[in-house]
Design a protein. Structure first.
Length: 241
C-alpha cells in the first residue's frame, strides 16, 4: 500500500484491518526514524470504522456482530471522530512525515484539504470547507460542495525520536468518489440504533465527486483523482525535506 515513490496502475482494495495496520506502521516508521515520510492511496472492502470509545457502549459487541452479518464488518481505530463507511467508490489518502516544528492545526488541515478542493474546482464546482449537519463523522474541515460533504479529514500528532525533527504528523482523508451513499449511511444508522445511540446520519448530507463530473466520465474518475492527489501530496511531502 505504500505509494510514496509511484502510483500503481490500479488502486489496491484491501481489507480494512490491513489498511488500519498499515497506517499504524506508517506512523511508527516515521516516529522511529525508519522513514521521514510515507504516502498511501487506497480503497477498502465494504466495512464500517468506528472510534475506540464506542467499544465502551454496553451494546457494541452485539451491534457489531449484527452489522457483520449484514455485510458491514466493524473495525476500530484509535483516533476520535465517529463511524465512517468504507467500500467501493471511496478513496482514502494517508500520509505521515517528520518535521522540526508543529504548525497550527488549521494549517495542517488545509494542507490535507487543499488538493481535494482543487480537484473539485477542476470539475467546475466551488469547493467548501465546512461542517455539514447530519453527515457522518462531521467536522470543521470536511471538504464538500453545494453544502454537502465529499471528504472527511483527520490528523494526529506524535513525538518523533529524531531529535532534529521531533514532531510527526499523520493525516488521513476519506473521499466519496462514486460510493453507494445510501447503503453506507443506512449501515451507520443501524449500528447506532443497535447501540441505542440517538444520532442519525442522512444520505442527502453527502455528495459523490462523480455527481459533479460531466456525464459519461465516471469510469476513470477514481484513478484520475488518485493521480492528481498523489502528485500534490508527493510535492507536499517533498517540501518538508
Amino acid at each position: 500500500m505504500n505509494h510514496t515513490s509511484a502510483l500503481p496502475a490500479t488502486i489496491p482494495t484491501v481489507d480494512i484491518s490491513q489498511a488500519l495496520e498499515h497506517e499504524r506502521l506508517m506512523l511508527e516508521h516515521v516516529v522511529t526514524g525508519k522513514a521521514e515520510k510515507a504516502l498511501s492511496i487506497w480503497s477498502a472492502e465494504q466495512s464500517l470504522v468506528v472510534p475506540k470509545r464506542l467499544c465502551s457502549n454496553s451494546k457494541f459487541a452485539v451491534a457489531a456482530e449484527k452489522s457483520r452479518q449484514n455485510g458491514w464488518p466493524v473495525s476500530i481505530r484509535n483516533t476520535g471522530g465517529d463511524a465512517t463507511p468504507q467500500g467501493k467508490g471511496i478513496l482514502n489518502v494517508s500520509y505521515a512525515y517528520a518535521l522540526d516544528s508543529r504548525p497550527s492545526i488549521e494549517a495542517a488541515y488545509l494542507d490535507l484539504c487543499r488538493p481535494i478542493a482543487d480537484f473539485i474546482a477542476t470539475l467546475g464546482h466551488k469547493p467548501e470547507y465546512r461542517c455539514v449537519p447530519n453527515a457522518f463523522c462531521d467536522g470543521k474541515f470536511n471538504v464538500g460542495s453545494q453544502g454537502r460533504k465529499i471528504a472527511g479529514t483527520a490528523q494526529r500528532w506524535a513525538i518523533g525520536k529524531n531529535k532534529q525533527k521531533s514532531r510527526v504528523l499523520f493525516a488521513h482523508a476519506l473521499i466519496l468518489v462514486n460510493a453507494d451513499i445510501e447503503k453506507g449511511t443506512d449501515a451507520i444508522n443501524s449500528l447506532y440504533e443497535d447501540c441505542s445511540r440517538p444520532e442519525r446520519v442522512e444520505p442527502h448530507a453527502h455528495i459523490n465527486i462523480a455527481d459533479l463530473n460531466p456525464p459519461g466520465k465516471t469510469d476513470s474518475l477514481c484513478y484520475e483523482l488518485a493521480t492528481f492527489l498523489h502528485q500534490r501530496y508527493s510535492l507536499l511531502l517533498s517540501a518538508q525535506h
